[in-house]
Design a protein around this ligand. Structure first.
Ligand code: UDP
Ligand code: MG
Length: 319
């Protein structure tokens, strides 16, 4: 981690909580977060604590719950997006709207351990501009989720993408980093890939991942796959390079094959070209070409959506 300078004045802290169909869990989450922030403020670790609940196009009563919470607690604010933009955009909307010297994004379902917030602020006081929450274990995740997630982190790291292993979106950002984030205009957002690229002194805080307090996961397999694809196509050109190398290898191989066929024809009597030597390369090359077109297509689609430069979120209402 890079060198950092200790801080002495208490920061204004804001929590950013993305919420998609979380009406069951939000009242409990709000109580726990408000209680924790009160304790931290009394202990003079932070000042002016606030909580930004971002409703990401929920179709249940989430917004009504947020409205009620905002009336009951002075420190709670609400942001309603005009439709479901996805967790990454919901977090970004909160980060770019909320005030504070320090902003922490945290899931609404209490899977991220709220006790780690204090450790994050202390790491900030010691000089970190970014503090990553790292899951110490994944025992509460299903076997499928655990293995696919860990395999994915491994794949991206192998491809040269700078990702924190077992870190998702529970992190502290200083105001300085948030302002830099504001200048990153990409529509295909993967904050956990983008933020390490900003640099700055950073620190890690380990926590135990809890089970979801109530409700269901808002991440079906389709959303998981699209997030995973974003991570690859937004941060590495390695697949494009790999298919170029593959193309070269296949070409070399076919030249070799042609040379071998010529030798057999000229110097032996066994030159009856077989069925396999025609049909197998046909299928093989067809498959490789389709694969390559697919990879190029993925990047092309990325360029297309970035070129459109549509807003990454639209705020319908704010409290
Ligand atoms: N979320 C969101 N928009 C979405 C999907 C999820 O804001 O389209 C929020 C969700 O309300 C929760 C967080 O993102 O606060 C993490 O989602 P979830 O707990 O469903 O994911 P999991 O923990 O199962 O990976
Ligand atoms: Mg969750």
């Amino acid at each position: 981690m890079t060198q950092s300078v200790e801080r002495f004045s208490c920061p204004r802290l804001t929590l950013v909580v993305p919420c998609h169909n979380e009406e069951q869990v939000l009242p409990e989450t709000a109580i726990r977060l408000v209680t924790l922030l009160d304790v931290l403020a009394q202990g003079t670790l932070i000042v002016e604590p606030s909580i930004f609940l971002v409703d990401d196009g929920s179709v249940d009563g989430t917004w009504c719950v947020i409205e009620r919470l905002a009336i009951e607690h002075a420190g709670i604010h609400g942001l309603k997006l005009s439709r479901n933009f996805g967790q990454q955009s919901a977090i970004l909307a909160g980060l770019l709207t909320a005030p504070g010297d320090v902003l922490i994004s945290i899931d609404a379902d209490l899977q991220d351990d709220v006790a780690a917030i204090e450790d994050m602020v202390r790491a900030y006081m010691r000089g970190a501009e970014i503090v990553y929450g790292i899951r110490r274990n994944r025992q509460t995740d299903s076997f499928f989720k655990r293995t696919t997630a860990e395999g994915y982190y491994w794949l991206l790291q192998t491809m040269g993408v700078e990702l924190m292993f077992n870190h998702a979106d529970f992190r502290l950002l200083s105001r300085r980093v948030v302002e830099e984030l504001r200048s990153c205009k990409e529509s295909n957002l993967l904050l956990r890939g983008l933020i390490p690229q900003l640099g700055f002194p950073s620190s890690l805080v380990y926590y135990d991942r809890q089970v979801r307090f109530a409700g269901e996961s808002q991440y079906p397999i389709s959303k998981m796959l699209s997030l995973a694809m974003n991570g690859i196509t937004s941060f590495t050109e390695l697949p494009l390079k790999a298919i170029t190398v593959l193309g070269m290898l296949v070409s070399l191989f076919s030249f070799g094959l042609a040379f071998w066929a010529l030798v057999v024809k000229l110097f032996t009597t066994a030159a009856i070209p077989g069925w396999a030597s025609i049909v197998i390369p046909l299928y093989m090359l067809g498959g490789i070409q389709l694969l390559c077109l697919g990879v190029i297509g993925q990047y092309l689609a990325k360029i297309y959506s970035e070129a459109k430069a549509r807003p990454r979120f639209i705020v319908e209402k704010s409290l």
